[in-house]
Write a protein that binds this ligand. Structure first.
Ligand SMILES: NC(=O)c1ccc[n+]([C@@H]2O[C@H](COP(=O)([O-])OP(=O)(O)OC[C@H]3O[C@@H](n4cnc5c(N)ncnc54)[C@H](O)[C@@H]3O)[C@@H](O)[C@H]2O)c1
Length: 362
């Protein structure tokens, strides 16, 4: 079954157990604390390969169904990401419902930490959107099942960017026989934490870089420092590019953008890039566009987190992240041999690793 198929509809969110059965989740924990205002959901998708690791996202969801949808999809994505990266980790994720600018307190994060602790190590948390290392310090006062603390594995973004760079080179090699990016025109959408480090690698290799960001200052700094060519956010899909690198939001590969994109490779950091995996993955293949599956190419961050869990060094993280080159090369090779879209091959490889060790109730 396609990993991103539209299983999580509003209706199924009202019947979480049914949705969990369909998506193969093990556990969904609703956390409520009146005193601190904490409302959170922890989803453990699959623990066959190891404890479920995935970040905590703090977001002002419009309604509970949106929060359930997000945590179910994201936790399942983590199972695939950890499996394809050959890590001894399962997939999980947590969401805290609330405004990250106004609702944070030490007490709220400590209480959240107690809920994480109540899972006895089955779920390990980390930072995600809306959460910073200091928040995690508060969480760590109530549980040891937390990674990404200051002074430990640190900001995962440079490692994520390095993995994306490796995966992009593997795509170039599959297309031209050489993994040099020197003569490529590359459009980087979003030059925040990951995008900026990616631009740095690409500039060092002599690629022509078109960059965009909704924050003018962020964009100007990569123009100034790395010689990127600034593009307005709405124009990024239309620039004459060889490679599109989505590093801002998910869902940017859809009916509308596919009409505009002139690239022959898509390789970027964003999660859930394809709006509909089945439909848009097939469209990419039909158009001869090489697609590096998102959860395989952006796994550097979780590899970095795993180094903290397993006691490995940062050097180990870097070497392990380099393996993304080989993983993407293998996916693309099998995709071309079997004439199947690359996302499907990546899903099968991840599922195969889990099935080797146990069951993936899909
Ligand atoms: N940080 C990591 O290690 C990591 C790991 C895996 C996946 N990811 C994914 O990679 C992406 C980037 O992560 P990040 O940590 O760099 O986030 P970030 O918030 O630091 O950077 C994202 C940037 O995109 C810009 N942006 C947002 N919407 C935009 C739009 N419509 N057009 C152009 N720019 C836009 C933002 O202004 C911001 O500068 C996210 O989708 C994230 O989920 C990140």
């Amino acid at each position: 079954m396609d990993k991103n198929q539209q299983l999580v509809t509003d209706e199924t969110c009202l019947s979480p157990l049914k949705t969990m059965q369909q998506m193969g989740h093990e556990q969904l924990v609703f956390c409520n604390d009146a005193e601190t205002g904490l409302r959170a959901i922890i989803a453990v998708h699959n623990t066959v390969l190891g404890p479920a690791l995935g970040g905590t996202r703090m977001w002002m969801y419009e309604n509970e169904a949106d929060a359930v949808r997000d945590v179910l999809r994201l936790s399942r994505g983590m199972t695939y990401k950890n499996a394809i990266s050959n890590l001894a980790l399962g997939g999980g994720k947590a969401v805290i419902i609330g405004d990250s600018r106004t609702m944070k307190s030490e007490a709220l994060f400590r209480r959240f930490g107690q809920f994480v602790e109540s899972l006895s190590g089955k779920y390990i948390t980390a930072e995600d959107v809306g959460i910073n290392p200091n928040d995690m310090v508060h969480v760590s006062k109530a549980t040891k099942n937390v990674v990404g603390l200051p002074g430990k594995s640190g900001d995962p973004s440079p490692v994520t960017a390095y993995g994306v760079y490796m995966g992009m080179k593997a795509c170039a090699a599959a297309q031209t026989g050489s993994d040099s990016l020197q003569h490529f025109k590359i459009a980087v959408q979003g030059v925040g934490h990951v995008g900026r480090y990616l631009v740095q690698h690409l500039a060092a290799e002599g690629a022509t870089i078109y960059a965009t960001d909704i924050h003018a200052e962020t964009l100007q700094s990569v123009v100034k420092e790395f010689g990127a060519i600034a593009v307005e956010p709405q124009d990024i899909y239309k620039v004459p590019m060889d490679i599109y690198a989505p590093c801002a939001l998910g869902a940017t590969i859809n009916d509308e953008t596919l009409e505009q994109l002139t690239c022959s490779i898509i390789a970027g950091a964003a999660n859930n890039q394809l709006v509909e995996e089945g439909k848009h993955g097939q469209m990419l293949m039909d158009r001869g566009i090489i697609y590096a599956p998102d959860f395989a190419i952006n796994a550097g961050g979780v590899i970095n987190c795993f180094s903290e869990v397993s006691g490995n060094s940062l050097e180990w993280s870097k070497q392990k992240t380099e393996e993304i080159y080989q993983t993407i090369a293998e996916i693309l090779q099998r995709s071309s041999q079997l004439k199947l879209p690359s996302y499907k091959i990546a899903n099968q490889m991840a599922e195969g690793r889990i099935q080797l060790k146990g069951s993936l109730n899909l």
